[in-house]
Design a protein around this ligand. Structure first.
Ligand code: GLN
Length: 484
């Protein structure tokens, strides 16, 4: 049962091959037996999952047509879940039990989906390797000596290890696409504003966007249909008609032009990754797409601009964690200042502190214009690159990350090397565009991803392109040899 896709599970629930309770129990059993290897879950909500599955079985018996009804899945531990611990991978929130559900959580509940638990992640979604979680690193199911990518490493590992057929995730600079690439699964970050951020713990509000991870583009489309909504409680949520992302799967690719940015194939790209991505692009051409070489001239400025803007926003967002209102509070504070200092000093990990320091510096009087103001100008140039490119092409394709999964510790002492993991993904967030990653080959027995970037609200186009690729190839159905 754990090998099935969401589309298959939905069909089999209706043909009564098994019930939601049966598949839920099966996956809970797998998690309890196998997750000691991967550490992909922070919290497993077994009792609640079985109760939700029973309710879903009642809905299914009365002919419910919601595709996610009765389908088990996992939420990244960044989404607030009513009465369920929500840690964001941090000691700071190690005791935080929200009194409400995030909008995304409500959407899945309303659809009758069954939450298996909350997945591990880099602390406050800062990282590319899942080594910064207070709950310990997540291991890559393809090679447990390697990182799964981050920050949504728990969600990616849970799907790759066949512990859950799909999971929610978030992407501020690549946190859905990079771990999807490193774990050999499919992930999509929709257009900024397509999915509500309400109840999703904020890292960098102008960049954060929720999305999904699954075994296939078809499954990602099913999940995104459930996840996307307009929400008045998020003022940046866009009131744009919802699209049925599964409806366009199978549309012919003739007439679709795919742009290949030359800047995404330069220095730093692993040769094996490059070969796999180039072969995938040939495959798209075979499927009917037209391939065109393009330029995104400000690509090299994306990482530096992001590492001013994201820390600046995080330093403001994380000021709410003060030992008074939420989460961790130090023991026996002497006075208010001691309470603030020690609660934050003890509650946050090193990477989070580094970002807060950088962000506070960039925003301070005298430096604001030189750093933050300048980064915003660069952000506009990067966005403009895409605006120009999308006059000529429908979709942009390239590598998701420069190389396959690396060993634990390989980059943790070198923040810049770690930051460069997201060199191909960050520009998409700066521009607010949708992006996805899908498996396109193995290099040294480890998966690599093809990234597709679309114009605003072109999620359907990306998913269709990915779906067609997955109809013609079987990289998405490969599973690590150690997983039965
Ligand atoms: N790796 C990037 C960072 O550390 C992106 C993280 C994310 O997308 N949440 O900021």
């Amino acid at each position: 049962m754990h090998k099935l896709t969401i589309a298959e599970i939905a069909r089999k629930l209706r043909s009564k091959e098994f019930s939601s309770e049966e598949i839920t129990r099966h996956l809970l059993q797998r998690i309890s037996e196998l997750d000691t290897r991967y550490n992909s879950f922070v919290t497993v909500t077994a009792e609640q999952a079985i109760a939700q599955a029973k309710q879903a079985d009642t809905r299914l018996a009365s002919g419910d047509t919601e595709p996610m009804c009765g389908v088990p899945f996992a939420h990244k531990d960044i989404f607030c879940t009513n009465s369920v611990l929500t840690t964001c991978g941090s000691k700071m929130l190690s005791n935080f039990v929200p009194p409400y559900d995030a909008c995304v959580v409500t959407n899945f509940k309303n659809a009758g989906a069954v939450m298996l638990g909350k997945t591990n992640m880099d602390e406050f979604a800062m990282g590319s390797s899942n080594e910064t979680s207070y709950y310990g690193p997540v291991k890559n199911p393809w090679d447990t000596n390697c990182v799964p990518g981050g920050s949504s490493g728990g969600s990616a590992a849970a799907v790759a290890a066949l512990l859950a057929p799909g999971a929610t995730a978030t992407d501020t600079g690549g946190s859905i696409r990079q771990p999807a690439a490193l774990c050999g699964i499919t992930g999509i970050k929709p257009t900024y504003g397509r999915v509500s951020r309400w109840g999703m713990i904020a890292f960098a509000s102008s960049l954060d966007q929720a999305g999904v991870m699954a075994k296939s583009a078809e499954d990602a489309a099913i999940m995104l249909n459930t996840m996307a909504s307009f929400d008045e409680k998020d003022s940046t949520c866009v009131d744009q008609p919802l699209e049925d992302y599964t409806a366009g799967l199978g549309n012919p690719l003739a007439g679709v032009t795919v742009g290949i940015p030359k800047e995404y194939f330069g220095e730093g790209l692993n040769a094996g990754t490059q070969a796999a991505v180039e072969a995938a692009i040939k495959e798209l051409e075979k499927a009917g797409a037209k391939i065109k070489s393009i330029s995104l001239p400000h690509t090299h400025l994306a990482v530096p601009a992001y590492y001013v803007i994201a820390p600046a926003e995080c330093s403001a967002n994380l000021s709410r964690f003060d030992g008074v209102r939420y989460g961790y509070r130090c023991d026996e504070p002497k006075d208010l200042e001691d309470l603030y200092k020690r609660s934050r000093g003890e509650g946050f990990g090193d990477e989070v502190k580094r970002r807060i320091l950088v962000g506070t510096y960039c925003l301070s009087a005298g430096y604001y214009d030189a750093y933050y103001g300048k980064a915003q100008v660069v952000r506009r140039l990067i966005k403009q690159d895409f605006v120009e490119a999308f006059k000529e092409v429908d979709v942009i394709a390239g590598p998701t990350s420069p190389s396959p999964a690396f060993q634990f510790g390989a980059k943790s002492d070198d923040p810049v090397a770690m930051y460069l993991e997201d060199i191909y993904t960050i520009a998409t967030n700066l521009a607010g565009l949708p992006g996805m990653s899908l498996p396109c080959g193995l290099v040294d027995d480890k998966p690599v991803g093809l990234q597709l970037i679309g114009n605003y609200f072109a999620e359907g186009k990306l998913l269709n392109l990915a779906h067609q690729f997955q109809q013609a190839t079987d990289f998405h159905s490969l599973a690590p040899a150690s997983i039965a």
